[in-house]
Ligand binder design. Structure first.
Ligand SMILES: Nc1nc2c(c(=O)[nH]1)N[C@H]1C(S)=C(S)[C@@H](COP(=O)(O)OP(=O)(O)OC[C@H]3O[C@@H](n4cnc5c(=O)[nH]c(N)nc54)[C@H](O)[C@@H]3O)O[C@H]1N2
Ligand SMILES: Nc1nc2c(c(=O)[nH]1)N[C@H]1C(S)=C(S)[C@@H](COP(=O)(O)OP(=O)(O)OC[C@H]3O[C@@H](n4cnc5c(=O)[nH]c(N)nc54)[C@H](O)[C@@H]3O)O[C@H]1N2
Ligand SMILES: [Mo]
Length: 758
């Protein structure tokens, strides 16, 4: 007889109840409190019971024979040999011991950037960091691919980057915002995900409620569908990466037409006197007028002026998506947006001011009061060396080389070994052919993965990890953007020989003689209950009562009642700037930053400025590569997570990642929808399936990030990718010396028909 069970669990894209028959997940039911569950949960059974699961620890053939002296150019091409867990862990113990002894702990890069899976205990990168901190440490990374530029800029502008996760709430916006102007739209596709998990996707309802209350929406950006049709938005299809010019053009109009709020600027900001000469052109002979902006953005000057006047006359929220700072000089549009919002003078008022990131996650701005929740503690890293996260290839290629970062001269470490757990640089990093060249420099690469993902295939030693459906955990949104705490109940036994990473490290810790300090005498279940109890106590201090663990586990979730009052960002500062200063040197918004100016960076001066991106539709390179590639987030998966699953596969065209192109560009190339095309530039090439659509601006093409890197000639750098992986094409350069953040949205390419025998 079949036994049927149900287990509640959660992923970054939502909660669900797994339907289990005889130790197999056969389906999922969405979480009953979720008004808009993401279809992504439906890939769960494929995910857990996939043929792509890593069945046993495995070692690349050449590495098994020659260890750290193997031919690293064979990575990605050579076959793997399955070994026992003991063999794999002995091999790792020996190799780490050698690397630490010969080159020091800083020659192990184990930053392991990546989203991994939801959960507070089984956090793949944190578990790795915890273990390595017990054995002398490792080179870490700083920053992130999501908000890389703003993370380092925000402290100078408004002191507290926490504001990025706590914008004015939808409840305030729905009631008070008359005009919602968004650079990069509010794409509902992105509101499926929230790091750590999301109980109820009710951001979408708030968006609808805001529209129903009469708010007018304006979508500035290359893609019309970045705002749903139901919002009836006006679309201003600017050239990609020109938002700073657009914002400066708006500011210039506000200034010259005396529509700016001088009193607000005087009271709450510093540095306007340093920017006005730049805005008017007194300092460089070029007024940043609407006409000037029109030439750069290709939005007519009259439309820019009309928008500026409308913004000045309405309660306006300026929203900036994260994507526009994932571009060359990505610091600038964020700074210029602050200038714009400051000149409008509504920061700190209900429904007004500025927000960074509506449309980048499910929970942002949804009224909630979240309990403080504890994750597995990683301890202290004895090694102080780090790299800015997106400088990984630079570091691998240039050990010892000097570089600038956030006001400091630093030197890259000499990376000999890499350990990656819970992230996929062969999805997330730019210019994969360049990464492959850097990757070969490492003598040893260890990867933990549940599946044979592109990064697992680029390893020497692969350890099969359990998925979150094979272990107990609990979760909640990492940045407190949700009001649910949820149980992640083990649904099925670990598949094949997969193990929990905690248990893997506990065994390694024994080999290194640090088992006691690593485990603190707890097994996984004891850790889970310990972290929950700590969360319960911390919550109690914050006035939030959480149930006892047993009760929580039984019910499967706990909802913290949302606050009744809307939240207005910067309201206390506006009410009394002396009593509630910002944590900037001046205590005010810094429209000009003395600190940044003193760094003397040509690519990030002391105030917002239009600086040409390395590649854009106005650069000479368009002669050769006339199309700007937007590689935004996918609608049917999270990044590269489970691209082979049914939900992502349903979106493919010609068996590859779809590429959207305007009819004018398609006709010029004689291309029609459904065709297989090759997308290329001097850095690399991939195949994609064509979708011709007027929802994209001419001169721009769009391919979502995350198709699984699949070189037609494995191991050959420069091989054509057969999946539609955009990072074959993107540019690997930092935003500036300040943030050194990734710039995946700054890329020119061309497209042509691809015949199979090409
Ligand atoms: N061109 C371009 N590139 C981009 C972006 C873009 O817009 N365009 N976006 C960037 C952004 S914002 C981000 S955040 C990054 C995201 O980049 P990543 O976070 O690296 O991408 P994911 O595909 O989520 O990688 C997570 C990996 O963890 C694995 N995993 C899941 N659970 C576990 C587990 O329990 N244990 C272990 N060991 N592994 C597990 C998954 O199989 C997956 O391979 O990509 C960046 N790259
Ligand atoms: N379904 C799904 N949701 C996700 C994710 C996912 O992988 N899948 N990833 C999550 C993560 S890690 C993050 S960081 C967020 C990312 O959130 P975002 O960075 O905001 O997301 P994107 O989809 O990359 O970009 C949003 C839109 O910005 C527009 N855009 C790109 N370049 C420019 C430009 O130069 N100017 C203007 N004006 N517009 C531009 C594009 O048309 C794009 O559709 O999304 C999160 N949500
Ligand atoms: Mo991200």
């Amino acid at each position: 007889m079949t036994s049927k069970r149900e287990a509640i669990s959660g992923a970054h894209w939502g909660l669900f109840r797994a339907q289990i028959e005889d130790n197999k997940i056969v389906g999922v039911k969405p979480f009953e409190k979720d008004p808009h569950p993401s279809p992504m949960i439906e890939a769960t059974p494929d995910l857990v019971h996939s043929d792509l699961r890593i069945t046993a620890p495995a070692v690349r053939q050449g590495y098994l024979e020659n260890g750290h002296q193997s031919d690293t150019s064979k990575r990605g091409a050579e076959s793997f040999v399955e070994v026992t867990w003991d063999q794999a862990l002995d091999l790792i113990h020996g190799e780490l011991t050698r690397v630490f002894k010969e080159h020091g702990n800083e020659s192990l890069f184990a930053g392991s950037y990546g989203w991994a899976s939801a959960g507070k205990f089984h956090v793949a990168p944190s578990q790795l960091h915890r273990f390595l901190n017990q054995v002398g440490g490792f080179t870490f990374h700083k920053g992130n691919y999501s908000a890389g530029a703003i993370t380092y800029l925000a402290p100078y502008l408004f002191g507290d980057p926490w504001f990025l996760f706590a914008p004015t709430s939808w409840s305030s916006i729905a009631e008070h915002t008359e005009l919602f102007v968004s650079f990069g739209g509010v794409p509902s596709k992105n509101m499926q995900a929230d790091q750590g998990g999301i109980g109820a996707h009710d951001g979408l309802d708030w968006l609808a409620r805001t529209k129903a209350n009469g708010t007018e929406f304006i979508n500035i950006g290359p893609i019309a569908t970045d705002m749903d049709d139901s919002l009836g938005a006006q679309w201003l299809p600017c050239r990609p990466n020109t938002d700073t010019a657009m914002m400066l053009g708006l500011c210039h109009t506000l200034y010259t037409e005396a529509l700016w709020d001088q009193a607000f600027i005087n009271r709450y900001c510093v540095g306007i006197e340093k920017i006005l000469p730049y805005l008017t052109g007194a300092s460089d002979g070029q007024p940043k007028s609407a006409e000037w902006a029109a030439e750069i953005t290709e939005i007519p000057a009259e439309q820019i002026r009309t928008l500026a006047r409308k913004m000045a006359a309405s309660r306006t929220l300026v929203n900036v998506s994260l994507s526009i700072q994932r571009a060359d000089h990505g610091e600038q549009p964020y700074w210029a947006a602050l200038l714009l919002a400051a000149m409008l003078g509504e920061i700190g008022l209900p429904g007004g001011g500025i927000a960074y990131g509506f449309g980048t996650s499910a929970g942002l701005g949804v009224p909630r009061k979240m309990a403080p929740v504890m994750s597995v503690p990683t301890g202290k890293n004895p090694v102080s060396q780090f790299i800015p996260v997106a400088r990984i290839t630079d570091a691998l290629l240039n050990p010892g080389k000097a570089y600038q970062f956030n006001g400091e001269e630093r030197h890259y470490p000499d990376i000999r070994a890499i350990w990656w757990a819970g992230g996929n640089p062969f999805h997330h990093h730019q210019d994969l052919n360049r990464l492959l060249r850097g990757w070969q420099k490492a003598e040893t690469v260890i990867v933990n993965e549940p599946w044979w993902t592109p990064i697992a295939r680029q390893a020497d030693i692969v350890l099969p990890a359990t998925t979150s459906l094979e272990r107990n955990d609990f979760g909640s949104a990492n940045f407190a953007t949700d009001r649910y705490l949820f149980a992640m109940q083990q649904a099925v036994a670990p598949q094949h020989q997969a193990r929990d990473e905690y248990d893997i490290y506990a065994d390694l810790a024994t080999r290194f003689g640090v088992e006691e300090t690593f485990t603190e005498g707890r097994d996984s279940q004891q850790w889970l209950e310990h972290l929950y109890e700590e969360s319960r106590q911390a919550s109690a201090k914050a006035g939030i009562e959480l149930p006892e663990f047993e009760q929580f586990w039984e019910v499967g979730y706990h909802e913290v009642p949302p606050p009744t009052e809307p939240y207005v960002a910067f309201a206390p500062f506006r009410a009394d700037p002396e009593a509630n200063p910002l944590r900037t040197p001046s205590g005010k918004f810094e429209l000009f930053s003395e600190t940044i100016a003193e760094f003397g960076y040509d690519d990030c001066p002391g105030h917002p400025a239009w600086l040409e991106p390395a590649e854009w539709l106005g650069s000479p390179l368009v002669e050769k590569f006339p199309l700007h590639l937007i590689s935004n987030q996918p609608s049917a998966r999270l990044h590269g997570q489970f691209d082979p699953g049914r939900v992502s596969q349903q979106t493919k065209v010609a068996g590859r990642e779809p590429i959207t192109m305007h009819p004018v560009d398609a006709t010029r190339r004689g291309l029609i929808s459904g065709e297989l095309v090759k997308v290329f530039n001097d850095r690399g090439a991939c195949l994609a399936g064509l979708v011709v659509s007027e929802s994209i601006r001419p001169g721009v093409i769009q391919i979502s990030t995350g198709a699984w890197f699949d070189p037609l000639e494995p191991g050959v750098i420069g091989s054509l990718d057969n999946s539609g992986n955009v990072n074959m094409l993107t540019l690997d350069k930092g935003t500036s010396k300040l943030a050194q953040a990734p710039i995946s949205q700054t890329t020119l390419v061309d497209v042509q028909r691809f015949e199979i025998d090409d």
